[in-house]
Each structure stands twice: as structure tokens, then as C-alpha cells.
Ligand binder design. Structure first.
Ligand code: ADP
Length: 495
């Protein structure tokens, strides 16, 4: 079979029809409802204790840290009170050996050290003056209350929140696996390590990155409309939206401001349909799941987010290469391998290694529409160590990668569409815009990801052309940093 035909046969398995799309939206709405009623359902629908969104007039200097998956960011944010802000940040990759380790303190000590480095680098004066004066101040921490930085801790893993600055880790996702931390309060884990370093920092708020995205988008958007949903499409995927408290049937523990009649809900939609009632499942989805650290969990996320799309593509491509008589990538680096192992040896292609194909190369594939596919071929050589891939090789790769990403965008539209329906704003003649803030490398860098989402939204029966014209999806840049600062501000006021 010609390579292109072989690739099209594989790509067809990632088709996601309009009928399937609509069935998924109904199932999503159902599982959202179940999550609002009781604990232990597939979508956790976690109350966040955030009962309002900002309007752009908030002011002050706050710290924010973000443990998202691939990187750890530390930043300080000055909110100017006029919908603008200034932000300084450091970003470090999280060492792989700290993602899977025995003691939670190893990871959290590393995080506290990055906060110390950041303060020394960007707020040295403030930091040093504290250090000098510590000896003369008699408070327990050695700092005056008004000298302490309030920090918003963006922690993007499922957490059972108990207050604005308390939350117990339910489970790890995105390749993390530290048993010792499960069930513990992650704010306390971080504060303990901060205190060991004697830093003038108080962990004031626990923030999910989706909530931060929603808050940041609401602060920065200058129009009359506030945002309805904050969504992440990065290493993982998740969303937080504004829900009427009267719809939240399960008990909300602890204190919160009841006057607004609303609360932000962290959906944890990455685990939508873990039981696979509807989700499309190819042989490569199955393999990815079996070989993951959490088989049977985060099944929606495993079909959508940056961490997984490259791996699905790799598994599909590898299968094609292994099929009898296939000529795909038949150079020396890519052939003559021991098919029974997933480890790679020097010189061999990353196609043989689990996680060896970064989703970023799928963006290169999608962007390259030149007759010779020269950027993609260069990238295949550079990134995957494939020796001089032919035009046919690159073309076949592109067909498969595009199909995997397209299905991901259409599945993303399931979540966005269902929440637009749930908001009631589609039918509200007063609501001109349903604003959605998004963040994450996939939605920012994958070409036409948003366009594919819009195209799918249009095909949802309850949305259609009229509805889709109301929906505005905009990138909330630095969402987690600014959002965390905004929630730290709210928390500091409640102190
Ligand atoms: P995080 O979610 O960890 O905060 P990001 O939003 O940067 O961080 O997402 C990182 C994920 O995005 C990784 O899984 C990576 O493979 C993927 N990614 C990075 N660059 C691109 C790109 N250009 N196109 C598509 N995916 C990308």
C-alpha cells in the first residue's frame, strides 16, 4: 500500500463525527451534574471557595508560584488597579527524579528553594532588609505581618479544597507519582519548606490554574463582560467555570461568602468519562493508557493534552513502521531495532522511546504546508533523530499527527460547548458574549487549534451558528500568575 494510503487508514481511526460530538456533549452535561450532586464521581466538580471574579480595579504586589506539570514558575505580580499588571518571573523545569520519589518533602524543598532564588534575584532589597532586621523583630516568623509576601500557590492537580488556603491532594496526574503526598495539605507542605528557609512568605491561597486563568481573564478583559470559563490546554487539560450555588447539591464544607449566589467550580474534566461510556478509543489510546502511571484515570486528558498527543502519534507511527512491507522511516536510525523494548540507544530514533515524541513537533507538522515539507523533515531529523526522512515519510507523519490533533480539538469543544450550554448564557438575550479564557502551549502554539474548536462548536446542536457567534475564546496570558495573585489578594483581605 502507498505510504499516504497507509497513513490515511490510520488517520481515519481518529475521526470524530458531528454525531459523536453531540453525544459527548450530552454525556459531559450528565457527568457535570453528577459531580455537583455527590463526591466520588468521574468529574470531581470541586468547589473552590472563590465566590466572585475581579473587575480590574484590584491593586498590590503579590507572589505567585505555579506547579503545572512540566515547569515550576515563580513570579511577582504588581496589580495596577486599571486592568493592567506588571509581572516578573523565573521558570525552571521540574527534575524528573522529583516527580516520582518517595518523600513529598524532596519536591517541596526544591520548590521553596526556587522561591528563595527568585526573591534574591528580583526582590533582593526587600529580602535583604528583612534578613537584616529579623533579629530585632519579635514575631514568630521574625517578620512583621505587613512585610510578608502573600503568595498564591497554583497547584494544578486534583485537590479536595477545605478553605481558600487549605487543600488535600486527591491523586497525582501528568506523570507525577509521590505516594507520601496523597491526602496531605499541599499548602502546609510548601509552607513547612518555606519556613525552613526562613523566607518572608505566607502561602495565602491555593489556586487551580484553571481558576487562575478565569480570574486573570476577568481582571484584564476591558469589556463589560466577565469570563465564564477558564480552561487549560497544556501538559494537561482542565477547566473552571462559574456555577450557581443553588446548583451545587453536595455539601460545601467551611466558610464562604454566600452573598453572590455563585462559586467557581474546578471541574477536573481531565477525568471525564473514565469509565469509557462514550470516549473514542483506538488501539494506541489503549496502549498509551496501559503503559501510563495511572491506567484507567484521566481518560479525557489522555486524548487531548500536550503530554499525551505526541505519545499517541508515536505509537500509531511505530505500528505503521512495524507493519509488514512498510517503507515508513526505513533509514538506519529508525530500522533494525529490537521491537520488544521501548528503550532507545544512542543514535536510534526517539520514535522507539516512550514519550520520545514531543507534541511540539505536531505543531511543526501542522504549520508546514510547503510542497517539500522541508521544516517538518528538518525537525524529524533534529528532534527524532530520523536520518534524512523522505517527502513521503514526512507526508505520512503529517497525516497521522494532524488527525490526532484534530480529534483533540474536537474533544476540547465538547467541554467548552457543554459549559457554554450549562451557563444558560446562550439563551440569555442580555448576554452578548460568552467569554472564555484559555492558556497552555497546545492552544497557544498549535496552528488553528482554536479554529478547529470553533468549527466543532458550530456543529453542536444546542449552539449552532448563532451560538458560536456569541462565544469568544481568548488567550489569558500569564493566567496562572496573575490569577493566583488576585486570589492571594482576596485571601489576604479575609485574614
Ligand atoms: P504546563 O501545562 O506544564 O504549565 P505548557 O502550557 O507549556 O506547560 O504545556 C507543556 C506541554 O505542551 C508539553 O506537553 C509540551 O509537549 C506541549 N507543547 C510545548 N510546545 C508545544 C507546541 N509548540 N505545540 C504543541 N504542544 C506543545
Amino acid at each position: 500500500m502507498a505510504l499516504a494510503d497507509e497513513a490515511k487508514r490510520v488517520a481515519a481511526q481518529f475521526d470524530f463525527t458531528d454525531a459523536e460530538l453531540n453525544a459527548h456533549v450530552q454525556e459531559f452535561l450528565k457527568q457535570m451534574g453528577e459531580g455537583l450532586e455527590k463526591d466520588g464521581t468521574s468529574m470531581s466538580q470541586i468547589p473552590t471557595y472563590v465566590t466572585g471574579v475581579p473587575n480590574g480595579t484590584e491593586k498590590g504586589l503579590y507572589l505567585a508560584v505555579d506547579l503545572g506539570g512540566t515547569n515550576f514558575r515563580v513570579c511577582s505580580v504588581t496589580l495596577n488597579g486599571d486592568t493592567t499588571f506588571n509581572l516578573t518571573y523565573n521558570k525552571v523545569a521540574i527534575p524528573k527524579e522529583l516527580m516520582v520519589t518517595d518523600k513529598a518533602s524532596k519536591l517541596f524543598a526544591f520548590l521553596a528553594l526556587q522561591i528563595e532564588n527568585f526573591l534574591k534575584e528580583h526582590h533582593a532589597e526587600h529580602f535583604e532588609s528583612h534578613r537584616r532586621r529579623r533579629a530585632t523583630i519579635s514575631t514568630a516568623s521574625g517578620y512583621k505581618e505587613d512585610e510578608v509576601f502573600h503568595l498564591g500557590f497554583t497547584f494544578s492537580f486534583p485537590v479536595q479544597q477545605r478553605a481558600i488556603n487549605k487543600g488535600n491532594l486527591m491523586r497525582w496526574t501528568k506523570g507525577f507519582d509521590i505516594d507520601d503526598a496523597v491526602g496531605k495539605d499541599v499548602c502546609a507542605l510548601l509552607q513547612t519548606e518555606i519556613d525552613k528557609l526562613k523566607l518572608p512568605v505566607k502561602v495565602a491561597a491555593l489556586v487551580n490554574d484553571t481558576v487562575g486563568t478565569l480570574m486573570a481573564r476577568s481582571y484584564t478583559s476591558t469589556g463589560a463582560n466577565r469570563s465564564t470559563l477558564g480552561a487549560i490546554f497544556g501538559t494537561g487539560t482542565n477547566g473552571a467555570y462559574i456555577e450557581k450555588t443553588s446548583n451545587i447539591k453536595k455539601k460545601i464544607e467551611g466558610e464562604y461568602d454566600e452573598s453572590t449566589g455563585e462559586m467557581v467550580i474546578n471541574t477536573e474534566w481531565g477525568s471525564f468519562d473514565n469509565q469509557l461510556n462514550v470516549l473514542p478509543t483506538t488501539p494506541w489510546d489503549k496502549k498509551l493508557d496501559t503503559q501510563s502511571v495511572n491506567p484507567g484515570f484521566q481518560m479525557f486528558e489522555k486524548r487531548i493534552s500536550g503530554m499525551f498527543l505526541g505519545e499517541i502519534t508515536r505509537l500509531a507511527i511505530l505500528d505503521m513502521m512495524q507493519s509488514k512491507d512498510s517503507t515508513l522511516f526505513s533509514d538506519d536510525n529508525s530500522s533494525h531495532n529490537d521491537w520488544t523494548t521501548t528503550t532507545t540507544v544512542a543514535g536510534q530514533s526517539g520514535l522507539y522511546k516512550q514519550w520520545g515524541l514531543d507534541t511540539a513537533i505536531m505543531s511543526v507538522a501542522a504549520a508546514d504546508n510547503t510542497p517539500e515539507l522541508s521544516s517538518l523533515r528538518q525537525e524529524l531529523e533534529k528532534d527524532l533523530n530520523i536520518y534524512t526522512p523522505s517527502l513521503e515519510d514526512a507526508h505520512a507523519f503529517k497525516i497521522v499527527a494532524d488527525a490526532v490533533a484534530r480529534r483533540a480539538a474536537r474533544l476540547s469543544a465538547v467541554a467548552i460547548g457543554a459549559i457554554a450550554i450549562q451557563s444558560g448564557l446562550l439563551k440569555d438575550p442580555e448576554a452578548e458574549v460568552i467569554d472564555i479564557g484559555v492558556d497552555g502551549s497546545l492552544v497557544e502554539h498549535y496552528p488553528f487549534f482554536r479554529d478547529m474548536i470553533y468549527e466543532a462548536l458550530r456543529a453542536i446542536d444546542e449552539i449552532g451558528i448563532q451560538g458560536v457567534n456569541k462565544i469568544r475564546i481568548g488567550v489569558a496570558k500569564d493566567g496562572s500568575g496573575v490569577g493566583a495573585a488576585l486570589i492571594a489578594l482576596v485571601a489576604a483581605k479575609m485574614d
